[in-house]
Design a protein around this ligand. Structure first.
Ligand code: HEM
Length: 172
């Protein structure tokens, strides 16, 4: 500061503050650009890998259709997180053994897959995404059973009055 500056120390502080703000602003903009460049590289790499059929390209099935299909075809279908998976070719490779994965066929295994029985890794989720074959309308089995109960309807040949739902939402 020049001695006798009529603007005084407050004005100086303000100027320093403005310079600081400007520096912060430039830093922020430069970092945004850097991040966008990185994102571009990540997106390019992502595009070279197989992540399974994109969700928007999958057929949408009602719970009843899913249940019927899993009973009437020889495909081992398992619903997890609102997505239907064909695990047929994976049964014999399942690190947790055949029995566990077989117990989930024709069911909504969202809870058991995500910690109810075993908390699967990110790698397991990636494997799963390559087995996608459909989307469940309305998200999951619980929603379907809530609807059935509220309407007093019969579904899957089970009388809703006798219907019981177990701890993972599967009808018994
Ligand atoms: C539906 C598709 C499934 C896939 C793709 C899958 C995949 C895997 C994978 C990759 C592992 C190795 C550990 C990891 O990476 O997390 C694993 C372990 C395991 N899974 Fe699954 N799993 C499926 C379903 C299930 C179900 C429905 C159950 C239980 C009812 C189950 C129970 C287990 C158990 C207990 C282990 C631990 C094995 C051990 O370390 O001794 N899995 N699974």
């Amino acid at each position: 500061m020049i001695y006798g500056d009529v603007q005084g120390p407050e004005a100086m502080a303000k100027r320093v503050g403005l310079a600081y703000d400007l520096k912060q602003f430039r830093y922020n903009e430069i970092e945004k650009g850097r991040l966008q460049q990185l994102q571009k590289k990540v997106d390019q790499k992502h595009a070279t890998l197989d992540w399974g059929i994109p969700l928007e390209q999958l057929p949408v099935l009602d719970w009843d259709e899913f249940a019927t299909k899993s009973r009437s075809t020889n495909k081992a279908l398992v619903a997890i997180g609102g997505v239907i998976h064909d695990v047929s070719d994976f049964i014999k490779e399942h690190p947790g053994g055949k029995a566990f994965i077989l117990s989930a066929i024709g069911k909504d295994a969202t809870a058991i897959f995500n910690g109810g029985v075993y908390q699967h890794s990110n790698a397991a989720h990636n494997l799963l995404s390559k087995m996608r074959v459909g989307i469940l309308r309305g998200g999951c089995e619980v929603e379907q059973w809530k609807y059935v109960m509220s309407e007093g309807k019969r579904s899957l040949g089970i009388d809703s009055e006798q219907l019981q739902i177990d701890h993972v939402g599967n009808p018994r």
